[in-house]
Design a protein around this ligand. Structure first.
Ligand code: PGA
Length: 250
């Protein structure tokens, strides 16, 4: 079964109301590539306005709390993302795992809460540079996949994003062979867990994806899309990545 290419922009802590024009330009260009699924994940404050302008693209959050509601000052529940117009949420980004101390168990609980609220989920995994250097990257990432994957999930609503931490925002990217080997290993681990249905799950690559390297990365084995940070902030940088995915989708 062919997996549709999926290109997702993660705006991180960037974007004010004035940035909506960039998002609108991205949505207009994405509408011309219907073979690719496109999503933007802005800060919480822009989700509502962006969702109203999305033209068939999806808008998502970058995190959610695992609880449905309650005394968690500063946090946002999955149902609130839905209420604001989001269709998906990123969980387990390395900037949350490392900067906010989120464990695999936390990430799993967030993914389960998001799925229960009706959102799609992009679950991030990835190794630090020292682990890559030591030769243990695949073991490290597969352990994260096993520990942070929900016990039960709808395959059409969960994607994995492999993001080597040392490639995020650095301009460094792994070789295409290393990316393909990692994605193949993740798919094999998913098959062990859920059987043949693992062939339906999308596995995205993230970390310094640009218009210049997207075609090569997106064409690698088991790479079904990209999670893009810096290059998703402007239409000029993001649209070529969507176009590269569309060219591969034929
Ligand atoms: P980058 O970020 O594209 O700026 O490297 C990717 C990410 O953190 O999702």
């Amino acid at each position: 079964m062919a997996r549709r290419k999926y290109v997702v922009g993660n705006w991180k802590m960037n974007g004010l109301t004035a940035s909506l024009d960039e998002a609108k330009a991205i949505f207009a260009a994405a509408a011309e590539h219907p073979a690719v699924d496109v999503a933007l994940c802005p800060p919480f404050t822009l989700i509502g306005a962006m969702a109203a302008a999305a033209q068939g693209a999806a808008v998502g959050g970058q995190d959610c709390h695992s609880a449905a509601s309650g005394a968690f000052t500063g946090s946002v529940a999955a149902s609130m993302l839905v209420d604001a117009g989001a269709g998906l949420v990123i969980v387990g980004h390395s900037e949350r795992r490392d900067g906010f101390g989120e464990t695999d168990a936390d990430v799993k609980a967030k993914a389960e809460a998001a799925l229960a609220a009706g959102l799609s989920v992009i679950l991030c995994v990835g190794e630090p540079h020292a682990v890559r250097e030591s030769g243990a990257a695949i073991d490290h990432v597969l352990a994260q996949v096993r520990e942070s994957l929900p016990d039960d999930f709808d395959r059409s609503r969960l994607a994995i994003a492999y993001e080597p931490i040392w490639a995020i925002g650095t301009g460094l990217v792994p070789t295409v062979e290393d990316v393909a080997a990692m994605h193949g290993s993740i798919r094999a681990a998913l098959s062990e867990r859920i059987g043949a249905g693992a062939a339906e799950l999308r596995i995205l690559y993230g970390g310094s994806v640009t218009g210049d390297n997207a075609a090569q990365l997106l064409d690698a084995g088991d790479v079904d899309g990209a999670l893009v940070g810096g290059a998703s902030l402007t239409a000029a940088k993001f649209v070529p990545i969507v176009a590269a995915a569309a060219a591969l989708a034929g």
